[in-house]
Write a protein that binds this ligand. Structure first.
Ligand SMILES: *Cc1c(COP(=O)(O)O)cnc(C)c1O
Length: 342
């Protein structure tokens, strides 16, 4: 398929549209098949699929970026590939080899090139890889067959009028158990987060902050994004815990803060009653890169970091640098960007 698509690039949101091609590979009798592109966006699977009953599945999210020179690049796809292998391991699914994962992403980007937003619109091409347990398995046990699939959609810049802070409240629910599945990207974690999100939204918050499930004293995640704070001494601080999903954006921001902006970085506990130590805070993930957090409501009181309306200077600098790397305007560390031959 070719030709232009009728899309208003600067008004794109984050919505599903059917693009031309997706990649599918099937695992059966102990191995992945060759895999390839298909046009059909419907999956026909057994009603007894473990993905449907027991949540035996996982997913990833990454983006392809159109550079100023018109070329297209992926941002750290090897990190997504490895994280998906960890997710597969945790729910007893066969791992997708890193090369196969990256090759699938490249194929989907190339085959849907007309859907990749132009440079300068802020839009990107979002890829959604996933592995699902399929086949006729009704018992609570691993499936005998699996599908690895990657599709992609054009998505708009997260913040239309530039970055703007959002407020969050501390959730009264837990996202993950201490030795549960919080550190892997499996669907069940997200089904459980829909209700807390809805409650937070009904009270006027963008999302909720999850505390560590064992003691409820430390910040773990900010919605479906990792948390960071900037101390008054300009240290970049982000929590550690075995139930935090390791955000590739967060891991990249740690490097950007240290190597590009010369900041000290700390991965350590962040206590919910010690928010005073931060002069700025944010949530980070592939979708928005950074959502500045204006304030967090805890025990009935809104703790404001920098401002409820203005974005702090360090947050702006971190954002500008990482986005610059992702779109190819700033030199990336070795291995961070992978060009897709169109
Ligand atoms: C996907 C995800 C993130 C963000 O990870 P990125 O690799 O930066 O996109 C953070 N927290 C949770 C719970 C997630 O599912």
């Amino acid at each position: 398929m070719s030709g232009n698509v009728n899309i208003d690039w600067s008004n794109l949101g984050f919505n599903y549209i059917k693009t031309d091609f997706r990649y599918i590979s099937r695992w059966k009798d102990g191995k992945w098949d060759e895999g390839g592109l298909v046009e059909d966006n419907m999956l026909r699977i057994s009603e007894a699929s473990t993905a449907l009953h027991y949540g035996q599945q996982c997913f990833e999210g990454l983006k392809a970026y159109r550079r100023k020179d018109g070329k297209v690049q992926l941002f750290r796809p090897d990190m997504n590939a490895k994280r998906m292998q960890n997710s597969c391991k945790r729910v007893l699914m066969p791992e997708v080899p890193v090369d196969k994962f990256i090759d699938a992403c490249k194929k989907v980007v190339k085959a849907n090139a007309r859907f990749i937003p132009p440079y300068g619109t802020g839009g990107t091409f979002y890829l959604r890889p996933m592995v699902i347990g399929v086949g006729d398995t009704i018992g609570v046990k691993p499936a005998q067959e699996y599908i690895f699939c990657v599709f992609g959609i054009p998505v708009g810049a997260y913040f239309k009028g530039g970055m703007a802070p959002v407020n969050m409240e501390v959730a009264k629910y837990d996202r993950a158990a201490p030795f549960g599945t919080g550190a892997v990207k499996v669907g069940g974690n997200y089904a459980g987060s829909l209700y807390p999100h809805e409650e937070a939204a009904a009270r006027g918050f963008a999302d909720c902050v999850y505390l560590d499930p064992a003691t409820h004293t430390k910040i773990e995640e900010a919605g479906a994004a990792n948390f960071f704070g900037i101390t008054k001494e300009k240290h970049f601080v982000t929590p550690t815990s075995p139930s935090i999903l390791p955000s590739i954006t967060k891991i990249s921001l740690l490097h950007v803060a240290k190597e590009y902006l010369g900041m000290a970085v700390e991965e350590r506990d962040v206590f919910i009653d010690k928010l005073d130590e931060f002069s700025e805070a944010g949530a980070c993930g592939t979708a928005a890169v950074i959502s500045p957090i204006g304030g967090i409501e805890y025990n009935g009181k809104l703790h404001v970091f920098y401002s409820e309306t203005e974005v702090g200077p360090v947050t702006k600098e971190l954002y500008k640098t990482l986005v610059g790397i992702q779109f190819g305007d700033i030199d990336a560390p070795a291995g961070w960007v992978v060009e897709v031959e169109l």
